[in-house]
Design a protein around this ligand. Structure first.
Ligand SMILES: [Zn+2]
Length: 479
């Protein structure tokens, strides 16, 4: 009897149903499974309406994103480290599926415009204390276009993002804004689009990664409503797609390709969404070990029926005497370990025959138990008690002195800490980006071993067939 281990993977997923078994080492390994959840859909939102509609203005499709770091601080060691983080996260977003739901608004994914710029003159403002002051950001872009640092907007639109330096404060209640203005060149009026992002200090008061939350919010709004006359509902202040991404008291975010991104409104889902990475995956690897072994020696007499071929095939004759056999009974332990890719701080939730388990304990499960009655296999329903030890990434199951073969189903679903905020508003499936796997693990506990004294030791997996044994041992007739 060989180890019976197979997996069935639950609805969400499915690539393969088989487990690779390396019998000699008694290890098991499943194929990678992927969640079927490319988009997080949030259950609540703050959109002041049921959908955003198009108001006829321009949109920003496939724009290059130009980051501009404003002020000399960005050249300091701390500033350089912060720049590296923001450059990295922004490119991670561009290289992810994050912007993919904007295609419903006619917008292709943006690109990265190299290099990001540090701008020390004019000096950056130290604060915004009223709604008028942010005009200095528009003036900065106007100035840079006039100086030919950037091309005339006619020659290709750019999504400008200006990042404020350490020390910058705002008291106008905005983490950032996106706006537009125009550059007047004789009769030529060229609009340019720019967002500014405030400085985010270190924890515990603040978190630099929230720079990206605001940056992604302003970008998706700049693309869909750059001049406050394209996609919004109600008014452009508060009715753009990024503004909808709030749950009570919190922003809706998720890690996308390692960047903390804001949710945005999707008409198609009638909800705020975050397209996530397609390469989440998980698998389970494990090993089975024998922890104890007992043998029972018994004897049997052949049935008359087993001798019925004797008159025709001499090899099928055998003596009517006692034959010895042994039942080898073993205690087994199964250790399974979850392996994941992409998950941020993954946590496994384990079930045994559908019941959740955590920590150490024992569980009684009803199984169909295979045992040997004499030389024959029989099956009965039986309650068996299994010991378990479940952690965030592993589970060990132990069967002790059960003297039966049976299957139990071990379920594993992978949860992730990638979601911040809005967590409780997601349905469980969406919130966990779940990969649920169900393993059916066969505990192999009994083995019938028959030793025919005359022919040495032979092991059988089912009812002993003496005739078959003899045939196996007979030499083929030569010709
Ligand atoms: Zn907004």
């Amino acid at each position: 009897m060989s180890p019976r281990i197979h997996i069935a993977v639950s609805a969400a997923v499915q690539e393969a149903l088989a487990t690779i078994i390396r019998r000699d080492e008694r290890t098991v390994e499943s194929y990678w499974s992927h969640p079927d959840c490319p988009v997080l859909v949030f259950a609540d939102h703050k959109l002041p309406g049921a959908s955003v509609s198009f108001h006829g203005g321009p949109i920003g499709t496939g724009l290059p994103i130009q980051l501009i770091y404003w002020g000399g601080w960005w050249k300091s060691a701390a500033g350089a480290a912060r720049r590296a983080m923001i450059n990295d996260r922004t490119q991670r977003l561009i290289n992810s599926e994050y912007f993919s739901e904007l295609t419903q608004y006619g917008i292709d994914r943006p690109t990265w415009r190299d290099p990001a710029l540090i701008c020390t003159k004019p000096y950056p403002p130290s604060s915004f204390t009223n709604k008028e002051e942010p005009h200095v950001v528009r003036d900065l872009i106007d100035h840079l276009i006039d100086d030919d640092v950037f091309p005339d907007p006619d020659d290709g639109r750019i999504a400008f993002v200006v990042l404020m330096p350490e020390g910058f404060k705002e008291t106008i209640g905005d983490n950032g804004q996106h706006t537009s203005d125009f550059d007047q060149d004789f009769l030529d009026r060229d609009y340019y689009w720019v967002a500014w992002i405030r400085y985010f200090a270190d924890p515990p008061t603040d978190d630099p990664e929230n720079t990206i939350r605001t940056l992604s919010h302003e970008l998706v709004e700049m693309f869909t409503d750059p001049e406050a006359d394209a996609w919004y509902v109600g008014s452009p202040e508060g009715g753009e797609i990024g503004d909808a991404a709030q749950s009570p008291g919190d922003y809706q975010t998720a890690l996308v390709n390692g960047a903390r991104a804001s949710a945005y409104w999707s008409n198609r889902h009638a909800a705020t969404v975050i397209p996530i990475d397609r390469d989440y995956k998980a698998r389970i690897r494990g090993a089975i070990s024998v922890t104890a072994r007992r043998t029972v020696s018994r004897v049997f007499r052949p049935d008359p029926a087993e001798n019925r071929l004797c008159s025709i095939v001499p090899e099928c004759c055998f003596e009517d005497r006692d034959y010895a056999y042994t039942l080898v009974s073993r205690d087994e332990s199964v250790s399974l370990r979850m392996e994941t890719l992409r998950y941020y701080s993954p946590v496994a939730a384990w079930t045994i025959n559908g019941r959740a388990v955590s920590g150490k304990g024992s569980i009684t499960v009803r199984v169909i138990a295979e045992t040997f009655t004499g030389r024959a296999t029989s099956y009965t329903q039986r309650d068996v008690s299994l010991g378990y030890d479940a952690t965030d990434s592993t589970i060990t199951l132990a069967a002790v002195k059960l003297d039966a073969n049976f299957d139990v189903e071990v379920g594993c679903s992978v949860n992730t800490a990638l979601l911040r905020n809005g967590f409780g508003t997601l349905s469980p499936v969406e919130a966990t980006i779940v990969i649920a796997e169900l393993f059916t693990i066969g505990f192999l506990i009994l083995r019938l071993a028959v030793h025919l004294f005359r022919y040495g030791s032979i092991q059988y997996s089912s009812k002993l067939s003496i005739a078959g044994t003899f045939r196996k041992r007979s030499t083929p007739a030569g010709k």
